[in-house]
Ligand binder design. Structure first.
Ligand SMILES: [Zn+2]
Length: 241
């Protein structure tokens, strides 16, 4: 099977020789793929837009004896407005980095692919708060990856965490931790009752349908939670609050 046709989103690009680029692609069926895009930096190249970070398209890839190469490409969405909005671009870069850390070659995950495509669309085209969209992406990414945080009760003592009560996000422990179980040695970040309500509602209704205010999206606790699961820092998130 020397040719593969697959939809993909470009997670990362690196210049290679004068006119080429190496691409890290996320494919729903094949996971993360590295492919060389030859000649894409030449002004008239039909592959020019195939070799930009965030590009979503249908790629035809050839696997010869050496490395995989892009042979043709059809654009689905370049998410161009992201490139004109630095703030949204930074949030989008976080999403790409998460999947770059997470997606493995040969291990397709259509749900994670769809989550990324939808989250980029929300950042790009919908009048939603980009911080809340990114927090929701991190939450759903964790849930789809088998790391759904426990939200009903304390992960340590099992006592329920009722609505209206603050608690902590236990970064290593897998969900909420009640105030009685937090001490100086616990890596945990405080969550207000409103933030806990936001997480619970977004888990059920999604970020587009929640009526709760975007300011309650706890981006940093969810970021640290996911970083702990990935055992890596998400560098694109540096400076975000
Ligand atoms: Zn507890």
């Amino acid at each position: 099977m020397p040719y593969i046709t697959t939809q993909a989103i470009v997670l990362h690009t690196a210049d290679y020789r004068d006119n080429d680029r190496m691409l890290s692609l996320l494919s729903p069926g094949y996971g993360q793929l590295d492919a060389l895009c030859r000649g894409c930096k030449k002004p008239q190249s039909p592959l020019m837009s195939a070799a930009q970070a965030f590009t979503y398209g249908e790629y035809v890839l050839y696997q010869g004896k050496g490395r995989m190469t892009v042979t043709s490409f059809q654009l689905i969405d370049s998410f161009y407005p992201l490139r004109e909005d630095y703030e949204r671009l930074r949030y989008a870069a976080c999403m790409l980095e998460v999947l770059r850390l997470q997606a493995l070659p040969g291990e397709g995950n259509a749900k994670l692919f769809l989550l990324l495509a939808r989250s980029l669309k929300r950042l790009c085209y919908l009048p939603l708060d980009p911080r809340a969209v990114t927090a929701a992406f991190l939450l759903m990414d964790a849930a789809l990856s088998g790391w759904r945080p426990r939200l009903d009760a304390c992960v340590h003592c099992g006592k329920p965490v009722p609505p209206g009560v603050p608690a902590y996000m236990d970064i290593d422990g897998g969900g909420l931790r009640c105030r009685d179980c937090v001490n100086a040695d616990t890596p945990a970040l405080p969550l207000t009752p409103e933030q806990i309500a936001w997480i619970r509602d977004v888990m059920i209704n999604g970020v587009e349908k929640t009526a709760l205010p975007a300011r309650d999206a706890p981006l940093i606790p969810l970021l640290r939670y996911l970083e702990s699961r990935l055992d890596a820092r998400i560098h694109a998130a540096k400076g975000l609050r």
